[in-house]
Design a protein around this ligand. Structure first.
Ligand code: HEC
Length: 152
């Protein structure tokens, strides 16, 4: 049957509408699938079951230093610690708040002695820092920062 008024057959309009609905559904599904909120690996928070690519060590491990930029002395040890936490690379794995890292555990409130132990041991999930890359003052400042942000 051919309708003179619209120039279409009776099935063309429903078919076009169906195609429109399918296109819209596919578009929304694509956006949904690519959204950061649906990507498990972009979830905030440490996932202890996070599977990392296997590491192959060639030769002796090279001690880590972080970006090794100079940190201007700050009067406030907490502020000094916050800057060191970023510059020495801790924040990139543990998260700036020490609790929102994707690949590393929560470390808020860790004392300086434990920091010394953990930063000199490696390589493992975490790199070993080079001897002298973190001074006692650096670790004390980082500990002060981790203590300060641990408060609710
Ligand atoms: C390359 C990523 C990475 C960097 C950089 C890094 N860490 Fe870690 N850290 C980890 C991972 C992964 C673990 C857990 C596995 C392990 O202990 O080997 C960890 C464990 C720790 C722990 C022990 C936590 C626990 O509950 O046992 C402390 C404390 C810590 N890190 C402090 C630091 C400090 C301070 C810095 C910066 C000077 C730093 N980390 C830099 C990845 C990192």
């Amino acid at each position: 049957m051919f309708s003179r008024a619209t120039g279409t057959t009776p099935y063309q309009l429903p078919a076009l509408m169906l195609m429109g609905v399918i296109t819209l559904a596919l578009t929304l599904l694509t956006i949904g699938a690519r959204s950061p909120y649906t990507q498990a690996n972009l979830d905030l928070g440490y996932d202890p079951n996070y599977t990392r690519t296997e590491q192959t060590l060639i030769g002796p491990p090279i001690p880590y230093r972080g970006a090794n930029l100079a940190v201007p002395p700050a009067a406030d040890p907490v502020e000094q610690g916050r800057q060191l936490f970023v510059i020495k690379g801790c924040a990139s794995c543990h998260g700036l708040a020490g609790r929102d890292g994707i690949i590393a555990p929560v470390i808020v409130g860790t004392d300086a002695d434990t920091l010394r132990k953990k930063t000199s041991k490696g390589p493992g999930g975490m790199p070993a820092y080079a001897h002298g890359a973190l001074s006692d003052e650096d670790l004390a400042a980082i500990a002060a920062y981790l203590k300060a942000i641990g408060k609710p």
